[in-house]
Design a protein around this ligand. Structure first.
Ligand code: UDP
Length: 414
């Protein structure tokens, strides 16, 4: 059997204090209409990266509405996840050499068949996240359920061969969900195509309000000098997140802000074999400078510590080159931190209004904006406040619950 992740139930009612009653009342009405429906999310890891982060809050909040929702995780060994990471990269327009090999595609199919045999099919609706488990629908003989494919990555300019390969499996779905309309490949043929942005959980250990003084103490205990400025990037160790670019940005900014410190906080995800190699390379680079810190979940920097870093730091960087959404941007904005971020994929939708002036393309441009914000704390504080409002309006869990449950209802009625 595939593993089911134990996430319990979380109290949705607390969101009334943040968002008022209207949306939560609407969710309760939707839940009554979906009474008795059993929904299951499927992905490829229970830890590391945005999808696991999202599901670990989303599933227990939906359960609080009285809806049956579970989360199954597919199996795979390192060669399988090497293939799926290549597929992921190629779908984002990156290197596609590996997925051109017949062996790689066969490996993907064989493992997908094995996963399909191990799934618990006792559900009315499956929501399959990302390319790794996408083929289980094809290899399952479950016909009574509705199947939705949820794409979390930027597929606006996919490698053609990679896309054609995946599309073979997607054709059998009842609906597909993308973060932005720009990500929908032109030739996709499924009956219903929807767009909805992901969201963060304001009540999780990652995002709950912590006093800034306490957070500064926590980061101090991890070696940071609280008397000097700190910039931060939180990301999986992945080339698309440009961690080496971030180190260069820090070096350029430090010429104008002496004493500057950089923290790179990165997790290693079970389904991302590229991570450990990049981690080693980043470590080597960081070792050359006493004011560059690298932290990971492997040494105890978990959700609460990420919260502390995001709350305590002076400026957050997210220098992504490609980005499906970038939960970390909303996480930082929710803490009213100023963010300078790559003008990529789903990031601009989180950086609207005055925040859009801090969307960057180049390393030099990013360093300039970082220095400006470090030298103008009043402007940085105003931006943080504006960002927090934007997250409250658009990127908290109840909005995503409404979007997804409404779609489930629509698919069931189709
Ligand atoms: N994250 C974390 N610890 C780390 C690095 C990342 O908890 O050391 C979390 C981060 O806070 C965010 C998620 O992993 O919730 C990353 O999601 P995002 O959408 O930004 O990127 P993805 O990894 O999905 O590409």
């Amino acid at each position: 059997m595939l593993n089911k992740v134990s996430v319990g139930v979380r109290n949705l009612q607390k969101y009334r204090l943040i968002l008022g009653n209207e949306l939560i009342d609407e969710l309760e009405k939707l839940a009554a209409e979906l009474k008795g429906i059993r929904i299951c999310h499927v992905n490829s890891t229970q830890f590391g990266g945005g999808v696991a982060e999202l599901l670990s809050s989303y599933v227990p909040l939906v359960r609080n509405l009285g809806i049956t929702m579970d989360w199954q995780v597919i199996h795979g060994d390192r060669p399988f996840f090497t293939v799926t990471k290549s597929l992921h990269n190629a779908l984002q327009g990156g290197d596609s050499s590996l997925i051109r090999s017949k062996e790689a595609l066969e490996l993907y199919e064989t493992q997908s068949k094995a996963n399909a045999l191990e799934m618990d099919y006792n559900y009315d609706v499956f929501i399959i996240n990302d390319p790794q488990p996408a083929a289980v629908r094809y290899f399952s003989d479950n016909t009574h359920a509705k199947w939705l494919w949820r794409c979390h990555i930027d597929t606006s300019e996919p490698d053609e061969e990679a896309w054609n390969f995946l599309h073979t499996y997607l054709k059998h779905y009842d609906a597909a969900i993308f973060t932005m309309a720009e990500f929908i490949p032109r030739d996709l043929t499924v009956p219903i195509i929807a767009t909805m942005a992901p969201a963060i959980d304001a009540l999780s250990a990652k995002n709950m309000a912590l006093p800034r003084g306490l957070c500064r103490e926590m980061t101090e205990n991890l070696g940071i000098d609280r008397a000097r400025p700190l910039i931060l990037q939180v990301s999986r160790f992945d080339p698309w997140k440009d961690p080496f670019g971030v180190i260069k940005i820090y070096q350029l900014a430090k010429e104008r802000v002496p004493g500057l410190q950089l923290a790179l906080v990165g997790s290693l995800a079970a389904d991302d074999p590229e991570g450990s190699e990049m981690y080693a390379a980043i470590h080597t680079e960081a070792d050359k400078d006493n004011d560059v810190y690298v932290f990971t979940n492997l040494t105890g920097v978990g959700s609460m510590q990420v919260n502390a870093f995001q709350t305590a730091c002076d400026v957050v960087i997210q220098k992504s080159i490609r980005e499906g959404f970038g939960l970390v941007v909303s996480e930082a904005l929710w803490k009213a931190r100023p963010v300078v971020a790559g003008n990529a994929g789903g990031i601009p939708m989180q950086m609207t209004g005055n925040l859009s002036n801090y969307l960057v393309q180049s390393i030099e441009g990013c360093a300039d904006k970082v220095v400006y914000l470090l030298k103008n704390p009043n402007i940085a504080a105003r931006l943080g406040k504006e960002g927090k409002e934007n997250v409250k309006r658009n990127f908290l869990m109840p909005r995503l619950m409404r979007d997804e449950l409404s779609l489930v209802k629509r698919v069931l009625e189709a």
